[in-house]
Design a protein. Structure first.
Length: 86
């Protein structure tokens, strides 16, 4: 079993990036999907089955982070709006 993590940020998306994937049918700036599944195709099918607008064809264009659930590790960290203050 693996953990598949897709993240796509469109904060600075412009017309010059017209061929960039769009992973969700709704407007978004930052999209994150984390799925536990035996393989990537199953993970994508599970996302699609939720009916939340995930665009599987575009997710396939992105390389997910894949973590094995057989051993421990850092799954996710996030820092937003950080700036050096020291």
């Amino acid at each position: 079993m693996n953990l598949y993590i897709w993240r796509h940020n469109k904060t600075y998306h412009s017309h010059s990036m017209i061929d960039e994937p769009c992973v969700l049918n709704e407007f978004y700036l930052d999209a994150l999907a984390v799925v536990a599944a035996p393989d990537q195709e199953t993970a994508l099918a599970m996302l699609e089955a939720r009916g939340e607008g995930w665009r599987v064809e575009d997710l396939r264009k992105l390389e997910p982070t894949v973590l094995s659930l057989d051993k421990g590790g850092v799954v996710f960290t996030q820092i937003r709006g950080s700036f050096d203050h020291l």
